[in-house]
Design a binder for this molecule. Structure first.
Ligand SMILES: [Zn+2]
Length: 460
């Protein structure tokens, strides 16, 4: 029997990335992501894995984002003990991201027990910090481009996908067929990360479609950031930037340093107020093999790429709380990126009522989050049981993204010297996936369909 591929997640949706490759005695899993978002999706995390976990020989992991890696502790709990192959950058990020994910699961269970919101008594976490620690011991970092063998007769390698540090495209040679999985594709010509590597050939291609129906707005993030900093300086107030710890916080630090170097902003105290962002910044700085030319040039000049002049590290909760009694002007970068939790909340509580405060959103704000409410013009927010008036000025920068948009996905597909035998669209909401499908199908010779959840495909 020839090799097969089965889509076990991120089919018709953007989370729960899991694709099973099988041939003879080989059973390999590409990505092992957590389902996130809507309750019906999150419930799928509790279902037993569709094949027995001990029967999976190895996991090949495209990158560390939780929707690609966050099911690993649970897979370990179900008996998986094989190697987890990923790049070195991904291995470093997993060390901070999986324990953090476990911590959130434990908190959620504890909350349910305290408030009796679960029909299970006691409510248990999906996985614990111990589960995360156990599965981290299975991680086997490999270099980009280096070939390795995850099971007998199968070889694989990671190419650079340019999405976040460590992020790879996966190329697998199995049963004489070449399977390529795009992972999450990054962007072209952005700072820090390199452009995605082109891939010339594949028998079967899996391509992500997060922004398959959209184009990113023209890049004006330097202007937005500069005017937000200028306002804070003039008002002698605080600029609060809610940001994801991995990726976005580093982009903001990098851009602040660039603007300082260009003399476009005054040098204000900048507090990186997130233990995870502090660690992630060290990981970004510690992987020069992934840096693009611009970043390499900054490093060669002796400057610290992620170190604007006024950068201060706010490691402990006490460090963070001290800022409540510190006068502006200054900048605080803190999580969470959508203000659903984390240290940004106590800064909001303290500073949103002050008219001299500026808030700059630098990422996607999902419906129902405090970030979205503020972005949409809310003049008061409910936080910690209080009604907090919003007198701060709210600014939005929409051009930051770690994902290729429709044109960039098509540009990457242009790297194939001939159409893959078959192309499957994964990791997109239905509208995004079908828009991308229509665009690809219009190219001569491309056979393309949107992957269906549970669909089994022969690689024959
Ligand atoms: Zn990702």
């Amino acid at each position: 029997m020839s090799a097969t591929l089965r889509f076990l997640g991120a089919a018709g949706t953007v989370t729960g990335s899991r694709h099973l490759l099988e041939s003879g005695a080989s059973r390999l899993l590409m990505d092992c992501g957590l389902f996130q978002g809507l309750k019906e999706l999150r419930l799928r995390n509790w279902a037993r894995f569709p094949v027995p976990a001990p029967s999976i020989q190895a996991v090949l992991l495209s990158h560390a984002h939780i929707d690609h890696s966050g099911f690993l502790p649970r897979l370990g709990k179900e008996g998986f003990t094989g190697p987890i192959y990923c790049t070195r950058g991904t291995a470093d990020l997993l060390k901070i991201m999986l324990p953090d994910a476990a911590h959130l699961q434990e908190e959620e269970a504890e909350f349910a027990n305290r408030h009796h919101t679960s029909k299970h008594d006691p409510a248990l976490p999906l996985f614990t910090a111990d589960d995360a620690a156990r599965v981290l011991r299975l991680v086997r970092p490999v270099g980009f481009n280096g070939s390795f063998s995850p099971s007998a007769g199968v070889t694989a390698r990671f190419l650079n996908s340019g999405h976040i540090v460590g992020a790879g495209l996966i190329e697998v040679r199995i049963d004489g067929r070449v399977v390529v999985f795009s992972g999450d594709l990054g962007r072209y010509g952005v700072p820090i990360m390199r452009d995605p590597d082109p891939v010339p050939a594949a028998d079967v291609l899996l391509v992500e479609s997060t922004y398959g129906n959209r184009l990113h707005p023209a890049d004006d993030h330097h202007d937005k950031l500069a005017s937000a900093v200028a306002r804070a300086a003039v008002q002698r107030g605080w600029l609060l930037i809610p940001a994801f710890a991995v990726g976005r916080s580093q982009e903001i630090l990098y851009d602040l340093r660039e603007l300082e170097d260009a003399g476009r902003i005054p040098s204000l105290p900048i507090y990186l107020d997130s233990p995870m962002a502090i660690q992630a910044t060290a990981i970004y700085a510690g992987h020069p093999e992934e840096h693009d030319e611009d970043l390499a040039r900054v490093e060669a000049s002796g400057a610290r790429p992620f170190g604007p002049k006024g950068l201060r590290i706010s490691r402990t909760v006490e460090d963070s709380k001290r800022l409540n009694d510190t006068d502006g002007p200054g900048i605080i970068i803190a999580g969470s990126g959508m203000a659903t939790g984390g240290r940004i909340l106590h800064h909001f509580l303290r500073r949103l009522p002050e008219p001299q405060t500026t808030v700059l959103f630098v990422g996607y704000q999902a419906a129902g989050t405090r970030g979205r409410l503020l972005k949409d013009g809310a003049r008061a927010l409910k936080m910690f049981g209080q009604d907090v008036p919003v007198r701060a000025t709210i600014m939005v920068s929409d051009s930051y993204s770690a994902h290729a948009d429709q044109a960039e996905i098509m540009r990457w597909l242009g790297g194939f010297t001939q159409p893959p035998g078959a192309t499957y669209i994964v990791h997109g909401e239905p509208d995004a996936a079908s828009a991308l499908q229509a665009l690809i199908a219009a190219r001569p010779g491309w056979r393309v369909e949107v992957a269906r959840d549970g669909q089994l495909v022969s690689l024959g």
